[in-house]
Design a protein around this ligand. Structure first.
Ligand code: GTP
Ligand code: MG
Length: 447
């Protein structure tokens, strides 16, 4: 009978198959009659002995460790016993755990110092992220890309702002990711809540009809706090007072191209105050009265309107009719990316404009976004040459992304875009970029 494993395991032990090699081996081993059986029994005996010796050694080891630990000699902070001076070692060494923690903190500092996070960039500038603790992973994703593409060569600091205190976890991970210094700011409650002149009832009416109409974030109170904060307060935060420039970074955004120059220096040297990479129309339901309120403001303060402004970008009417004679086409610079001069927001024109808007209540009675508010202000208060389009930046914020169109973009060592140029939002029917080019007297497609 030939051996096959199936019938071997199914065969009864009481009916050993003498032809089966496994049964043969089993029988020999049990009887101890063969060399094989003898060696096996001997080996078994040897293993038992070795185990016994090991067991004894283990017990001995445990006793030594316990004794040393008790007397404090092994780790330096034992639990008891008196030392030579008669002092109880547990009390004497009580500070050691604190020392260990301090050493851990010092090690972290050394790690950060060894990263060489001394600022190389020459500008008074910071990367700025308004973010929630729960967005840590998304924050790191965006940070990683900005670091890899740009900041690892410049080590500009990062400033994080939040309406709640940042957790240790958030601080530790983002500090490790940053090549520059990090600072964590808590937003004052007054700047993240409805001002006293806003009626709760009227606000509730708005959220009701907006949620019925499915307006995006239409029923959200915190989204409105966020938009108002970005529109009127972030640059007033203590942490940002020392800077002239900021680069706004949002969690989950992507940066596809190496930036081999300092954009802050570029902005300063070229007298630019505001910049963008994507422009698109805002949902009209969220800003029904933003333009009429702006028209009122412009009438009251004509001195703030720049001569060579970008009205032509934000209206599809004949711009020569002026602010009063035109309607807003809803085009705005997508403010999830911004590199800009903080002093523009600090200036008189914008401060007065924001106060005027804030008193009108549109941040709560409608859902005015910081993007159209910043954009309308930049378009009207700045000469058009002070707004810069970063055509060399490859960028994505869901659901839209863009890639550079110039020859440089095809240098794949600089840009790694996950989509073709044809799929860039620049070419989308909703993109406002063509209006931008028209305003600047350039032909469509030349970037
Ligand atoms: N600290 C804090 N940050 C917030 C809050 N809401 C939004 N943000 C931040 O504000 C920025 C804009 O918020 P988003 O939710 O991205 O708004 P959005 O870009 O218009 O919309 P989506 O990105 O499509 O959700 C992001 O950096 C958010 O992390 C909030 O309640 N607290
Ligand atoms: Mg966003």
């Amino acid at each position: 009978m030939s051996y096959n494993s199936t019938n071997y395991w199914s065969s009864s032990p009481s009916r050993p198959d003498s032809d089966n090699p496994f049964e043969k081996y089993k029988a020999q081993r049990n009887s101890g009659s063969s060399n094989l059986g003898f060696r096996a029994r001997k080996r078994g005996y040897g293993i038992n002995k070795a185990l016994k010796v090991l067991g004894l050694l283990f017990v001995f080891g445990v006793l030594v460790v316990a004794w040393k630990g008790y007397t404090g000699n092994l780790y330096g902070y034992g639990l008891g016993s008196l030392d030579a001076s008669g002092e109880h070692t547990a009390i004497k060494n009580a500070g050691s755990i604190t020392d260990l923690l301090a050493e851990k903190a010092a090690a972290r500092e050394r790690l950060l110092a060894s990263k060489g996070n001394v600022q190389v960039g020459k500008e008074k500038a910071s990367l700025v992220m308004l973010v929630r603790n729960r967005e840590l992973k998304d924050a790191l994703t965006a940070m990683k890309q900005i670091e890899d593409r740009f900041n690892r060569n410049y080590h500009y600091p990062w400033t994080f702002l939040n309406d709640e205190p940042f957790t240790e976890e958030f601080r530790n991970h983002t500090t490790r990711m940053a090549s520059g210094a990090t600072e964590y700011g808590l937003i004052p409650e007054k700047e993240w809540s409805m001002p006293e002149w806003i009626s709760e009832d009227k606000f509730q009416e708005t959220t009701k009809w907006m949620s019925e109409k499915n307006v995006i974030y239409g029923d959200s109170r915190t989204y409105r706090h966020m938009c108002r904060y970005n529109s009127g307060f972030f640059w007033r935060h203590e942490a940002l007072k020392k800077y002239d420039w900021y680069w706004r970074v949002e969690p989950s955004t992507s940066f596809y191209c190496d930036m081999n120059y300092d954009p802050f220096t570029f902005m300063r040297e070229n007298n630019k105050k505001y910049s963008f990479v994507i422009s698109l129309p805002e949902y009209r339901e969220t800003i029904e009265t933003l333009w009429s309120t702006t028209q009122e403001f412009a009438k009251l303060h004509p001195q703030y309107i720049a001569k060579d402004n970008s009205l032509g970008f934000i209206t599809d009417d004949d711009a020569s009719k002026g602010i009063e004679g035109t309607d807003y086409n809803n085009c705005h610079f997508w403010s999830n990316f911004e590199i800009a001069d903080l002093n523009f927001w600090r200036g008189e024109a914008y401060t007065k404009y924001f106060d005027y808007l804030d008193k009108k209540g549109g941040f709560y009675y409608e859902r005015w976004g910081d993007a159209p508010v910043h954009s309308v202000a930049a378009a009207l208060f700045l000469p058009k040459d002070q707004i810069h389009f970063f055509s060399d930046v490859g960028y994505n914020h869901v659901p839209w992304g863009r890639c550079p169109a110039d020859d440089e973009s095809h240098d794949y060592a600089r840009c790694m875009c996950p989509f073709e140029r044809e799929e860039s939002f620049d070419l989308h029917q909703w993109s406002c970029l063509k209006r931008w080019w028209k305003l600047h007297g350039k032909s469509w497609g030349v970037i």
